[in-house]
Design a binder for this molecule. Structure first.
Ligand code: UD1
Length: 302
């Protein structure tokens, strides 16, 4: 096993300073704002496991909400009023309206989703109190994949809950079987349907949103999804075909709280941001597998 020197090469190539801090420490945030010239904030830091949030809601309210209050307070003090918020399709809960537009009412079904609804509400109130703020709320659907170089991706903590990291771990024999949660939904093959989006497309959506913030004020909410739904079996089959590997799986009971179908209407992002997802499901499967192979050879810094 060796360290991954290439990740730090990427950071230095783009001359990106990195500070590691806890957003629960307002003092630490103030230091960063004092030492850097900041025009806008893209706020990604949060916990994101639905299961864990049900077992330990206080952790989620602290990590996802208290930290955000600290950050917004410091931003206000430093007169930095451009903000991008990582929200989630989890704010929609289980809605029958598919594809889902931003006009569908929010109705989170678990503490994780609730923290995203509350975050959105905070931002709404903040904007009403001071309309010099320029805010984009980005509701992510199901991000998968990794940077096509194979050098950047996610490293799940412990056992993953999400489908794609589990598929890649079965492919790499870290895990024996994938459990498919239910094949009796009213979908193309009975398994759950989601709107999977390549993480690089998602990142590009943020670039478009930042550009928007610099040209207008206001609070804007956008779905970031492809507008296409794929079933669990379609994901498995595509992954096997693109990467020439086998995924052993077993159908088990439905997972509690899973909606049968969830996919975006991404029209608003296209019209107002000029953004739409370009990468295919094949790209997502190829890049996820490439990243899993990178993970086998590196120790990432904590
Ligand atoms: C989940 C969260 C969502 C959150 C997102 C963050 C739930 C109910 N929703 O979305 O709020 O924003 O992660 O990334 O947890 N599946 C299997 N076997 C598995 C894992 C998943 O069959 O071992 C199926 C699920 O039933 C679902 C699909 O794969 O149909 C996608 O699941 P997952 O990757 O966990 O995402 P979501 O549940 O859509």
């Amino acid at each position: 096993m060796k360290k991954n020197p290439k990740v730090s090469v990427i950071m230095s190539e783009y001359n990106t300073p990195v500070e590691k801090l806890d957003l629960l420490s307002k003092f630490d945030i103030q230091q960063v704002f004092q030492q850097n010239e900041i025009d806008a904030v893209l706020h990604f830091a949060a916990s994101k496991s639905v299961n864990e949030s049900v077992k330990n809601p206080l952790k989620y309210y602290k990590n996802n909400i208290s930290s955000m209050v600290n950050l917004l307070e410091v931003m206000k003090d430093f007169n930095v009023k451009k903000f991008i918020f990582s929200s989630s399709a989890a704010v929609y809960g289980s809605t029958a309206q598919q594809p889902i537009s931003e006009l569908v009412d929010t109705q989170a079904m678990n503490p994780y989703g609730q923290t995203k609804v509350i975050g959105e509400d905070f931002l709404n109130d903040l904007y009403i109190s001071d309309n010099e703020w320029s805010i984009a709320v980005l509701r992510y659907f199901n991000p998968i994949g990794a940077h096509e170089s194979g050098l950047l991706g996610e490293q799940p903590n412990g056992t993953p809950n999400n489908l794609m990291p589990l598929i890649t771990q079965v492919a790499s024999k870290k895990r024996r079987l994938l459990y498919v949660f239910g094949n009796d939904y009213n979908t193309i093959d009975g398994t759950g349907v989601r709107d999977y989006i390549h993480v690089v497309d998602l990142a590009k959506g943020h670039v478009s949103a930042v550009q928007k913030l610099f040209s207008t004020h206001g609070l804007h909410t956008y779905n970031l999804g492809t507008g296409e739904g794929y079933s669990v079996l379609e994901i498995i089959n595509t992954f096997e075909k693109v990467n020439n590997v086998d995924i052993a799986y077993k159908i088990v009971d439905r997972r509690a709280g899973d909606p049968p179908i969830c996919f975006a209407n991404p029209t608003k992002a296209k019209e107002e941001l000029g953004w739409s997802a370009e990468r295919t499901l094949e790209d997502m499967c190829r890049d996820s597998w490439q990243w899993e192979k990178t993970l086998e050879n590196i120790i990432l810094p904590n």
